[in-house]
Write a protein that binds this ligand. Structure first.
Ligand SMILES: [Zn+2]
Length: 157
C-alpha cells in the first residue's frame, strides 16, 4: 500500500463540526470500554489516533468537550446538534482521536490493530486481532502500538 494519504474532511454525523485530516493515522484501535460505549452510543469505538499537526481547519463551534473519569486525559467532543462523536483530544491536545465513522473514506485508513477493554465487550468479536483486558493491559498495549506507529512514520523520512 502507498504511504501517500489523500486529505479527508472528517465530520460528525450531521456535518456541523468539520476538520481536515492530512496524514494517515498512527494507530487504529477498537475500544470496548463502557465510556466509549456511552460516548459513541455503539457497542465499541473504532477509533484512529493522529498527531495534532495532522489535523487542520478545525471547525468545532458545535462541539462540547467532556471528560469522563477514566482514562483521565482524554477530552471527548460531542456534537451539540446530532449528539454524536465529533473529535477527541488526548495528552493536552497533542494527540487527536477520530472515530472511523467520521471519515468519508474508511478504506484509506490502516486496519485496526487490536481490541482494548475487551472484557467490557457487549458482544464477542470473531477476528484474529489481539484482545486486551482492563486498564493496565489496554493502556500499555495501546501506548506500545502508538510508539511503533510513530516510529514507522519517522523512519520513512
Ligand atoms: Zn453533528
Amino acid at each position: 500500500m502507498s504511504s501517500e494519504f489523500t486529505p479527508q474532511e472528517g465530520s460528525c454525523s450531521c456535518y456541523s463540526n468539520t476538520y481536515t485530516i492530512n496524514a494517515k493515522p498512527v494507530g487504529r484501535f477498537i475500544c470496548h470500554c463502557t465510556i466509549c460505549q456511552e460516548y459513541t452510543g455503539q457497542a465499541y469505538n473504532d477509533v484512529t489516533v493522529l498527531l495534532k499537526s495532522d489535523v487542520s481547519q478545525l471547525n468545532l463551534i458545535r462541539t462540547k468537550f467532556r471528560r469522563w473519569k477514566l482514562p483521565p486525559n482524554i477530552s471527548r467532543g460531542l456534537c451539540t446538534r446530532c449528539n454524536k462523536p465529533s473529535i477527541e483530544m488526548a495528552v493536552g491536545g497533542n494527540l487527536i482521536l477520530v472515530p472511523t465513522s467520521n471519515y468519508p473514506d474508511v478504506t484509506a485508513l490502516p486496519e485496526p490493530s487490536m481490541h482494548l477493554f475487551y472484557n467490557r465487550r457487549v458482544e464477542d468479536i470473531d477476528d484474529d486481532l489481539p484482545k486486551y483486558n482492563g486498564f493496565v493491559q489496554s493502556q500499555a498495549m495501546m501506548v506500545k502500538a502508538l510508539a511503533q506507529g510513530l516510529y514507522k512514520r519517522v523512519s520513512k523520512r
